[in-house]
Ligand binder design. Structure first.
Ligand SMILES: Cc1ncc(COP(=O)(O)O)c(C=O)c1O
Length: 300
């Protein structure tokens, strides 16, 4: 989160931020509890809602696409164009997509943030992040924060991320094909109410994702179970190949329960995750084994 923090430190005391209503709980926590920033959480996939939430103090649009945990797709080029027109910044948290599948600077964003703990490291054994920008002034200001506040990765962590990046393309291709198959399977299961994966042709953001992403739709899938909270808790306790874990993006599959884990800080707020929602980070294992694991866990 130091990378996210270094961007938020560019805000002035009167600046206002627009952020995905469906977005990583840690980012909301940083905005509200650490920076005590003025922000509005809005459905950034709805450009009308974005325009409606815009104020004359809006300085930053903070976008995830696909979002965590709902896997909504946001039109990065349109948001970036709106931000530029109104002298604001558009920052994209590209952690779910990775640079292999989506390049927000080419779509007009000012800033791109990645957690390298996820797909870039790829093996769930490092914590880190970075900010990319093609704006020299922003780069200098963010470098100052890094130098002054000390959010500097250690050499071994850098080595792990650089080693992970060598296989990023291979892993992402496999994550994408496995995730599509898992999403298709979940959709066919009677215990599952809905599945969100941008690669499914009937996902509301599918056509947009096909345009702005390259070569696939990522490895994250979420679903809402008909049995709600109890069924979600039961599923995450019963899978064996999908290990219960809060992180994502590693070679091994993880399953998470956002309402009680990654998004627990939003509990009791209008932004709280659906208690029946389960988030899967689909790994690169044999997809038949992954589906068999889910079939067994859901079967009871
Ligand atoms: C979309 C997104 N951005 C940023 C982060 C923060 O990553 P880190 O754990 O490396 O601080 C997460 C963590 O889950 C995330 O899901």
């Amino acid at each position: 989160m130091a990378a996210v923090d270094s961007v938020l430190r560019q805000l002035g005391p009167d600046d206002h931020v627009l952020v995905n209503a469906d977005g990583y709980g840690g980012t909301h926590r940083l905005l509200s509890q650490v920076h005590r920033a003025s922000f509005t959480a809005v459905d950034l996939s709805d450009l009308g809602a974005v325009a409606g939430a815009w104020t004359d103090r809006t300085r930053l649009v903070w976008a995830e696409s696909p979002t965590n945990p709902g896997l909504q797709v946001v039109d990065i080029a349109a948001l970036a164009a709106l931000a530029r027109e109104r002298q604001a910044w558009c920052a994209v948290d590209n952690t779910f997509a990775t640079p292999w599948l989506q390049r927000p600077l080419e779509l007009g964003a000012h800033l791109v943030v990645h957690s390298t703990s996820k797909y870039l490291g790829g093996h769930s054994d490092v914590i880190g992040g970075f900010v990319a920008t093609d704006d020299d002034d922003l780069a200098a200001a963010i470098r100052l924060v890094r130098n002054a506040a000390g959010s500097v990765p250690g050499p071994f962590d850098c080595f792990l991320v650089l080693r992970g990046v060598k296989t990023l393309a291979l892993r992402m291709d496999r994550h994408c094909t496995n995730a599509l198959a898992v999403a298709g399977y979940l959709r066919s299961h009677p215990a599952v109410r809905s599945v969100s994966y941008p690669g499914l042709a009937d996902h509301p953001g599918h056509a947009l994702a096909a345009r702005q992403m390259t070569g696939g739709f990522g490895g994250m899938v979420s679903c809402v179970l008909r049995g709600g909270e109890a069924a979600a808790a039961d599923l995450v306790a019963r899978t064996r190949l999908f290990t219960l874990g809060e992180s994502l993006g590693g070679a091994e599959s993880l399953i998470g329960y956002p309402a009680r884990m990654s998004h627990a800080s939003l509990a009791g707020t209008p932004l709280a995750a659906d208690p029946g929602l389960v988030r899967l980070s689909v790994g690169i294992e044999d997809v038949d084994d992954l589906i068999a694991d889910l079939a067994h866990a859901l079967g009871r």
